[in-house]
Design a protein around this ligand. Sequence first.
Ligand SMILES: C[S@@+](CC[C@H](N)C(=O)[O-])C[C@H]1O[C@@H](n2cnc3c(N)ncnc32)[C@H](O)[C@@H]1O
Length: 285
Amino acid sequence: MNSAPQPPADQLERALAALLAARKYRSVHPGLARAIVSTELAKGRSLKEAVKAAKNQLHQSAAVYMRRNLKYDDALSQLQTAVSAAKNEPDSLAHGDNAAVREHLRRLMSAHASTFERLPQLDTFYGQLFKQLPPVQSVLDIACGLHPLARPWMPLPPDASYQAIDIFADQVDFLNSFFSIMGYAGAAVQRNALEDMSTPAADIAFLLKTLPCLEQIETGAGERLLHQIDAPILIVSFPNHTLAGRKQGMAQHYAASFESLISNAGWQAQSLTYPSEQVYIVHKD
Ligand SMILES: C[S@@+](CC[C@H](N)C(=O)[O-])C[C@H]1O[C@@H](n2cnc3c(N)ncnc32)[C@H](O)[C@@H]1O
């Protein structure tokens, strides 16, 4: 996304500083912020207009999905308390199966629109999905949001590895603490999926409700990423409605273009329909 002519360096630095000074964007991936601001300046916009347009891009592709601000430290100390209590219970289950731990994770997932919309189906979503998959030992979750918090609901072996990427540093730190408290072999990393196309190898890669966000910033980026991911199976989903709940033919629109992409690539796919989204299990081999 950096092929456009570069704006003057001092103008770019000032615009970038103004963007990153906003509370909402101070932990966003700096390389992504720089690329977006640079593209906006290269369109001939004034510094003020370019910062405004860049904020709008980051809002539409990422920040809009946060339904409320999470206080990460409080969330983690409450999780630690629930996990410690679970360990002390007689005949304790693995703490991912503990009701109080799960209730806390559900509350946390409700802070992000994508996981919030999945909550009503959480108890059946992954059972239905993983039934269609061979044994999975490693997971990659691209543009993950708070989706790794659903790890206890996924029928994975206890030692399965889970690698997650997103653009907000504070969210990534939070997810790393979550993995550590829960004792999962997981790691979250701040990465820009539009640029860092070399992803770690995994048995499956989740791209849940992700492609429209990437395409909003760069047309064609989604397809490029799908080809580059080093995983034989991709779990790709598209929303069935807007954040405001309007359908506007979204499901049909995404289905038509994604099914043509799969067929052009020579991949096989099956699809599962959930109220929150249309999920495709794509076999690249
Ligand atoms: C619609 S949400 C989906 C979240 C999650 N996959 C889920 O379904 O629960 C889109 C996510 O993409 C992330 N995102 C947007 N642009 C990105 C980029 N360039 N690289 C990595 N993540 C990005 C946002 O921060 C946000 O968490």
